[in-house]
Design a protein around this ligand. Sequence first.
Ligand SMILES: Nc1nc2c(c(=O)[nH]1)N[C@H]1C(S)=C(S)[C@@H](COP(=O)(O)OP(=O)(O)OC[C@H]3O[C@@H](n4cnc5c(=O)[nH]c(N)nc54)[C@H](O)[C@@H]3O)O[C@H]1N2
Ligand SMILES: Nc1nc2c(c(=O)[nH]1)N[C@H]1C(S)=C(S)[C@@H](COP(=O)(O)OP(=O)(O)OC[C@H]3O[C@@H](n4cnc5c(=O)[nH]c(N)nc54)[C@H](O)[C@@H]3O)O[C@H]1N2
Ligand SMILES: [Mo]
Length: 712
Amino acid sequence: MCGVEIRHRGREIISIRGDEADPFSRGHICPKALALKDVHEDPDRLRRPMRREGDAWHEISWDEAFDEAAKRLLAIQREHGSEAVASYFGNPQVHSYGGLMGGARLLRALRSRNRYSATSVDQLPHHLVSWLMYGHQLMIPIPDLDRTQFLLVLGANPVVSNGSLMTAPDVARRLKALRARGGRLVVVDPRRSETADVADTHVFITPGTDALLLLALLQVIFAEGLAAPGRLADSLEGLEDLRTLCAQWPPERVAEPTGVDAATIRQLARDFVASPAAVCYGRMGVSTQAFGALAQWLIQALNIVTGNLDREGGALFTSPALDTRRSGVGFGTPGSFAKRRTRVRGLPEFSGEYPVAALAEEILTEGRGQIRGLVTAAGNPVLSTPNGKQLATALPKLEFMLSIDFYINETTRHAHLILPPTFALERDHFDLVFHMLAIRNTVKYCEPLFPRQADQRHDWEICEAIASRLESLDPARRPPALTRLATRWLTPKRSIALGIRTGERGAGWNPLSSGLTLSRIARKPHGIDLGPLQPSLPQRLWTSNKRIDLVPALLRQDLSRLAHTFADVQGDVPADATPGSDRMRLIGRRDLRTNNSWLHNSQRMVKGPQRCTLQIHPADAATRALADGAVALVRSRTGSLRVQVEVTDALMPGVVSLPHGWGHGLPGVQLRIARAHAGVSANDLTDERYIDELSGNAALNGVDVWVSAETV
Ligand SMILES: Nc1nc2c(c(=O)[nH]1)N[C@H]1C(S)=C(S)[C@@H](COP(=O)(O)OP(=O)(O)OC[C@H]3O[C@@H](n4cnc5c(=O)[nH]c(N)nc54)[C@H](O)[C@@H]3O)O[C@H]1N2
Ligand SMILES: Nc1nc2c(c(=O)[nH]1)N[C@H]1C(S)=C(S)[C@@H](COP(=O)(O)OP(=O)(O)OC[C@H]3O[C@@H](n4cnc5c(=O)[nH]c(N)nc54)[C@H](O)[C@@H]3O)O[C@H]1N2
Ligand SMILES: [Mo]
């Protein structure tokens, strides 16, 4: 979403800078933008289809590859049923409109309901809660970062991540501006993060206990008569019910388990309410924990009860030029939950997808419906999903695995076929997803910087080619001739053009209208500012009665799991949670120079001191005789690893932090620079059984680990 200005001589990139004329990013870029050059020029990047025979890879032609992919997928489905082929779509898919639409097209042709994606190691609780409360999984309220007076951040590190479900270039400057206008920033995090470093207040919290803190904040607000939902009061259901539920969670009850003392909680509640425009924002650290959905729900409740939802300076909904919620461009149905469950463990589907924590066992467990074929696109689940090691033992058991990716990495090394798409600079760009999640309404379309080479294919073309082969090989999948023609005509680019034209800001079919069209947007390559987010409720709600259910039944039920889990700790600190004791809690960490697992083959991104380190508090290090720089043995239920220790008081006692996306030393990985800076994979410690039991989202934070200096 940040504007970049790239100078080049032919295909050679000379410089990459922030685009000063971009109305959204205003010249800001983060180090990842520089990696564009390195990935673009990377000699390890695949440009032609590769077939694996044993350990050896051979180039084959596109036609051969498409034919083989379709034939082998179909053969598995014919013999074992359509569910025997599964799919996993990774994060970069949502950064490419062609990838997203092509992926949807391929899924339709595959006809398997065995679908997985990075959503369930990330933002699944947000979708579930938005669907339950606002009627659509993509109705996600966005903090009004530039106008708020009080930002309460739980489990997010936007100074490093650039915000997430709050897309915001140059967060550091925006936070400085917040404080300059007299506003406050409070960060609740088990680690004093880069964002906490620039906050007015940082509060340590025991991982996985945010729901308790939020209940107590609400309890104080209700008990002190501070609830004031304002304009939305008439659109709410369940306010009294919520008051009753929260009444059971006064600050004194949650102080021990959360590690936040009661006075701090009371003051935080009062300050939040006293601010003319406050917003609570919670991200990864809150959604990927054992009570992820509860916490995301209570964040919504806090904003609503204090009158900060749909208010300037609070949380607002975007109104982008292309609203996928309305335009039906191929994905983004309102939502569904638990219509089906996974075969082995019975985890619920959300919106047609299963939690990826179940993927490995669905491959490994024999029986009807066992996964025997897999398609991955833009994902690296061996490094990104819980107990990635188990997945790495499952993938070789597949009869056929197809990966759409341009690297032979920890996951794709197991594929039988890799089909490499073009990279960012060889294709056009329209941000289908992140305009919808940004702190300001803006729009931009970029032409490809470089023409792709004749033998390269875009993500969507690869998907289309396989999908149409599947349909021609299997008469039952063949759509009527007219649909086929329409599908062929409606390329991703035509789809977005149509979505923009018919959108609420679009020109429609009126030639005299000054509304937006794709070509008008394209004529302004720096982007167009469409203004700040605006209040839009209740009209914009997707619920059938245009009301918000403050206490959805599913979440209400899940409160008893919370109460049960924390029943014993009330009033006393469990022996094993004290600093220096045996068990510790593992959390993650992001760095400005990484992007999940896939930018480590860029020298610029990996140079300097090793960043894949285990951060630990000095007291915990001392009791384990671990000096800074020493190697620790870290064990969990699922595995163990050795990693260099970084002693720092930025960590809460009892908590250790290890970044994910490293661990490139596995056999067969063909990433020369990444291998030389391999690191270890945090997801060899995370646990596929440790999930948010309501949503099925992976609990990547708060994992039980044992840390020692011993060498085994
Ligand atoms: N440079 C860079 N930027 C990125 C990415 C990247 O890899 N690198 N990844 C992108 C992606 S895919 C995403 S989803 C976003 C994520 O964006 P963010 O959510 O902003 O980023 P994280 O660094 O994951 O922040 C999670 C924070 O939660 C804290 N935490 C862990 N457990 C708990 C807990 O139980 N309670 C609380 N309150 N806090 C907890 C962690 O210490 C951490 O500071 O970032 C995006 N931006
Ligand atoms: N322990 C722990 N685990 C985590 C997290 C954490 O905080 N802690 N964060 C989680 C989060 S938020 C996320 S989003 C996931 C990410 O998990 P994944 O999406 O599974 O993994 P990535 O590392 O993003 O891998 C992206 C892959 O896409 C490829 N790629 C890049 N661009 C393109 C493209 O345009 N087309 C195609 N076809 N391929 C492309 C890259 O080569 C790479 O192989 O990880 C999750 N895992
Ligand atoms: Mo993510």
